[in-house]
Design a protein around this ligand. Sequence first.
Ligand code: FES
Ligand code: FE
Length: 458
Amino acid sequence: MLHEMKTPFRTMVDVETGTVDRAMFADADIYQLELERIFARAWNFMCHESQIPKAGDFFLSFIGEESVIATRDKKGELQVLLNSCRHRGNAVCRAESGNARSFLCTYHGWTYGLDGQLIGVPGYKDFYHEQLDKSQWGLVKAGKVASYKGFVFATMDPEAPDLEEYLGEVGRMSIDLIAERGDMVIVEGVQKNLIGCNWKLAVDNLFDWYHPQISHASAFMVGMLRGGSKLTPEDHAVLEKARAVGMSRGHRVVFGAYGHAIGGPRGSQEARDARRSMADRIEPIMEDLYRDTPQGRAALGEVGVDTSGHPNIFPNLWVSTGAYQLSLRLPRGPLNTEIWWFSFVPKDASEAKKKEIINSENHVFGAAGLLEQDDGENWDQSTRAMKGVIAQRYPLNFSMGLNKTPVQVIEGVAHVDTNINEHAQLWTYRIWTEWMDADSWATLKANHTKPPAHGDLI
Ligand code: FES
Ligand code: FE
């Protein structure tokens, strides 16, 4: 009934007027289809290779709501296996991470190798009379598994394009923005907490630079977002000036295929130089240093070098470029999202510096993060209201700055430099409708909107 009303899904997002149907944030049927058409089809982030360096290392991740084991088999190959026994469905791995020689189901004892093969069945001879074809009853394996610069992704759909093609220029740039900073190591443990919101609202917010002055007013008040406590008022004036020189249009949105996008402040050579000039008062963070190295420039390209906003790799991986973190927004029903935070530290930093980075990250995002508590409250209240039958008669407004700015395409990367806007959010929802309307990868490949062309008004 509802699908008759809402499909095709492209009717839910009006890119001309910037309106979005609220049902996509609350409707149970739509959510169920998202699990099928988005999560079971897309490349999903699993973990960083440094979390599973040796044969037998494993890390439990998720594809949509389904538990998967990311592991390395005896040959050292990456494997992603559905964490569900083929006999009665029990989980075959319960630890969040570790090292194993095989996965033993705790129900009746079927045992699977690191590559998912069924290798042990109690009573194989006496009860099954050796008539169970073990080669047919291994764990369900991902359709494709691949790593880009150490970041491991998997898709359940073998028809998906290869990872690098899926990421495209913008997805690769998004990872390069963290991977190119130099050698990093992952901090053990992933922070996980549940927020009562639809997963797309958490994604929407990472592009949103309209909310901080209101939502995070208290964080501003206590000086949390000012950065660098040793900076003098004169320093702040220099930074402001440099920012103004480099950024007459200070907000950059980058548009990628299949829904990837980056939104947020535009960086500039002037701002980086100004920060470097105060290196004795603020540590020159790697964020500044690597961008102007030949390798950094080559990896990021002309657009990436001055892109300081937040990337989302569709559907749900936020590369938090302000720090050394990645966040997954894992769907837990239409009205709940499990937020995961992976943190990294520079490999060669002093122990004190590593501690300082971790400490500051813990105070920004995650369950104890000041900003995430502010944000989570808003997403929770938005989601509650989205359920309303009355509320759903009225669309949401994404019209900020719409149809005003010509797109630039440089080195194949489509982007706009303008003021704060909602283009990245609208792009994400537009492409979301295409994923939802497509019944297969073949349809999606044929019908998805390409990033806008040079000169298009956005
Ligand atoms: Fe796994 Fe029976 S459910 S062995
Ligand atoms: Fe926020």
